[in-house]
Write a protein that binds this ligand. Structure first.
Ligand SMILES: Cc1cc2nc3c(=O)[nH]c(=O)nc-3n(C[C@H](O)[C@H](O)[C@H](O)COP(=O)(O)OP(=O)(O)OC[C@H]3O[C@@H](n4cnc5c(N)ncnc54)[C@H](O)[C@@H]3O)c2cc1C
Ligand SMILES: NC(=O)c1ccc[n+]([C@@H]2O[C@H](COP(=O)([O-])OP(=O)(O)OC[C@H]3O[C@@H](n4cnc5c(N)ncnc54)[C@H](OP(=O)(O)O)[C@@H]3O)[C@@H](O)[C@H]2O)c1
Length: 614
């Protein structure tokens, strides 16, 4: 058995790794199956693959990623492409009357950057200012290319990268950027949807979707039709009724309008309120802040078992809601009849809370058509009985495209990713964060997310931590790509679809998470929020097909056998496995623990008296 000379041919990421390169190898015993040896990397264990990460979107999700990436990743180059001119996502673009968060701001914020808010439900402008402040404080702007739109993404196994086609919206120029990972943070509600409305093109007045409301848009003294009674419609109604001369609306489907949640912490009747200076001073104490935050969240979350078919909580919430709707519309029994559903329970549709909406639709200025109108005309609206009502403006609060179908071409090895969808209405999601057949791709606002349970910030943080853990593994374990296994996708979707039959969600109603026509299985998370937070905490890498840099040796990342902490030139903690002392101890103290002549003598004397070992 001889020796052979060993020379490392590759550049080292850490020069100190040179000290661990052997001069020669023993020949040893041959591999029992006659294969050549795998190649041992000469870098330390822990040396990260350098990655370029392409991010779409600088809303809550994009900023969350930048925060956690800065905290936990190294050796990454991140570029964020954002088609808008600033950060903020929907909070930059949503300017319609009454726009504000509909869950309390004290919980609708980053857990890592809490804020003292002006109101319980902060208006859009304050939400935007908060996101801009966070971006400035952390210098996140340096990562973001504004007015840049991604229009195509194509993965190729050959170079194991996504080629992103990007258009500079200022110059009109397009270019390609190749990235190892593509994180699509496009948001669940960023593609406004104008459903086909009969006669909409004939109407000569103004038509505006809430997402396109501008500073110049005005309802003052206008005759307005408000289409839609989702979260947007119920916020707009009460905030325009005073200013219009006439308001028309109608209900295409029946719906529950829930009393405001968090009544215990709200002003009278669940109303929003401004925090007083005294309350703000109280909130300056971090422990008071956290205790209040927990109490508000607990009050909201506790009720979620109402979603379970036939549960006691379902009955309580439904009874309360029906009682509330009856009280509010006591003077308008016909209107109550027009709205109140019978065939399905609360939770079948996304909850809509009534911050003044019931008052708006029962206002003397408001006409609620008991049957959907026939169509819009050049001058106004033709009701079901053939009467024309003149209008100046139509507010089409008709929602967003939430189909999860790609909004621009996405290809994997030349094939459109929709080829992996067996049913275009049913997105092949893996744990709401990856999609079938898409390597190194994450999208936390994709199908099956826990959206209807509120608090997007919280789910975004949970998904982001998951993504960052996955990226770390890709870097350290010398992985080229991870793709959810087809079996894992199939099982996740099948499990979700089966689970959701236990809940009101699968009831006979129309909702955006069922493709808006009740034609698709509801694509929402199969469980409550705490279960979501627990199950998504630890990535299940066993559910991924993994391609390694060295496909002959998945353990190539063991490297030269030493860890980065062993780099003698770096001031690293070489005994990290013992933990850290609670406080810094001066070296003199440790010096006093060194042996002295006296102690050696004492030790020898002690040894002398000990029995000998056999
Ligand atoms: C008016 C409104 C109020 C809401 N209130 C609440 C609430 O109270 N509680 C709650 O939990 N949730 C709420 N939501 C839902 C959710 O919190 C928000 O949608 C949230 O802002 C989503 O953040 P995001 O970063 O994932 O997506 P977004 O905020 O939608 O940001 C996505 C970004 O991606 C950019 N983008 C999209 N496509 C491209 C492209 N091709 N190229 C480049 N850039 C692109 C967009 O310009 C945008 O800036 C609300 C939504 C709306 C619309
Ligand atoms: N403050 C907030 O929290 C807030 C505010 C806005 C938006 N959001 C988020 O955005 C999501 C979408 O809310 P959204 O209100 O914009 O949309 P949405 O919930 O999808 O509501 C759209 C509304 O338009 C109606 N509609 C659509 N086409 C119609 C037509 N042709 N004729 C008559 N009615 C029609 C729908 O009726 P049907 O239901 O009968 O189909 C529905 O009432 C929310 O679920 C939420 O996640 C949150």
């Amino acid at each position: 058995m001889g020796q052979e000379q060993y020379i490392n041919a590759d550049p080292l990421a850490h020069p100190a790794a040179a000290a661990f390169i052997p001069r020669y190898l023993h020949q040893g015993l041959p591999d029992s199956s006659g294969r050549p040896d795998v190649r041992i990397r000469d870098d330390f264990y822990g040396t990260r693959r350098k990655l370029r990460i392409g991010v779409l979107g600088a809303g809550i999700s994009g900023l969350n990623f930048l925060h956690y990436a800065e905290q936990h990743l190294r050796d990454v180059e991140i570029v964020v492409y954002e088609r808008n001119e600033d950060v903020g996502g929907v909070w930059l673009t949503s300017k319609y009357p009454g726009v504000r968060c509909d869950i309390p701001s004290i919980v609708y914020q980053f857990s890592w950057r809490t804020n003292v808010w002006s109101e319980m439900y902060a208006p859009a402008a304050e939400n935007l200012a908060y996101l801009q402040t966070v971006a400035k404080e952390n210098d996140f702007y340096r990562y973001i290319k504004f007015k840049h739109e991604i229009s195509r993404a194509a993965w190729s196994d050959e170079d194991a990268m996504w080629a992103l086609s990007v258009k500079d919206l200022t110059t009109g120029d397009s270019f390609e950027d190749k990235v190892h990972l593509f994180l699509e943070f496009n948001g669940p509600v960023s593609n406004p949807r104008l459903t086909p409305i009969a006669g909409i093109n004939d109407f000569k007045g103004e038509v505006v979707h809430p997402a396109y409301w501008s500073d110049q848009t005005s309802v003052d003294n206008k005759r307005v039709a408000l289409i839609g009674y989702g979260c947007s419609g119920v916020q707009i109604g009460p905030n325009i009724v005073e200013r219009v001369t006439k308001l028309y609306t109608w209900f295409r489907n029946k719906t529950y309008i829930l009393p405001p949640p968090n009544q215990a912490f709200s002003a009278k009747g669940g109303a929003n309120f401004e925090y007083s200076d005294e309350q703000k001073a109280l909130l300056a104490d971090p422990d008071v802040y956290l205790t209040y935050r927990k109490a508000v969240d607990d009050a909201f979350y506790r009720r979620y078992s109402y979603i379970i078919n036939g549960s006691d909580m379902s009955k309580i919430v439904k009874d309360n809601t029906v009682k509330y709707m009856r009280e509010k519309l006591a003077h308008k029994p016909d209107l109550l009849e027009t709205i109140l559903p019978e065939g399905f329970d609360i939770g079948c549709r996304r909850q809509t809370f009534a911050y003044g909406y019931m008052e708006a639709i029962s206002d003397p200025k408001t006409t609620v058509f008991s049957k959907p109108p026939q169509r819009l005309t050049a001058k106004g609206i033709l009701d079901a009985d053939g009467v024309e009502h003149e209008l100046d403006m139509v507010i089409a609060a008709t929602g967003y495209d939430q189909s999860h179908l790609p909004r621009f071409p996405k290809l994997v090895n030349g094939k459109s990713v929709t080829d992996f969808w067996s049913n275009p209405m049913s997105p092949p999601s893996y744990m709401a964060v990856c999609l079938k057949g898409m390597p190194n791709y994450f999208n936390p606002s994709s199908a099956y997310g826990p959206l209807p349970q509120g608090n997007y910030y919280q789910s975004s943080e949970t998904f982001t931590k998951y993504i960052v853990k996955a990226i770390s593994k890709i870097q350290i374990d010398r992985i080229v790509s991870i793709t959810p296994k087809d079996k894992a996708v199939d099982h996740f979707v099948r499990h979700a679809n089966a689970f959701l039959k236990r809940t009101a969600v699968t009831g006979p109603c129309v909702a955006w998470y069922k493709g808006n026509e009740n034609t698709a299985p509801p694509a929402i998370w199969p469980g409550a929020r705490s279960q979501f937070l627990r199950t998504i905490e630890t990535p299940r890498f066993e559910d991924f097909d993994i391609v390694y840099e060295d496909e002959e040796d998945m353990f190539a990342y063991f490297g030269n056998g030493w860890t980065l902490e062993d780099d003698a030139e770096e001031d690293t903690d070489k005994t990290w496995y013992m933990g850290k002392p609670g406080r810094e101890i001066h070296p003199d103290v440790i010096g006093r623990l060194k042996g002295t002549d006296g102690s050696v003598k004492h030790l020898v004397q002690g040894m002398a008296g000990m029995p000998r070992l056999p």
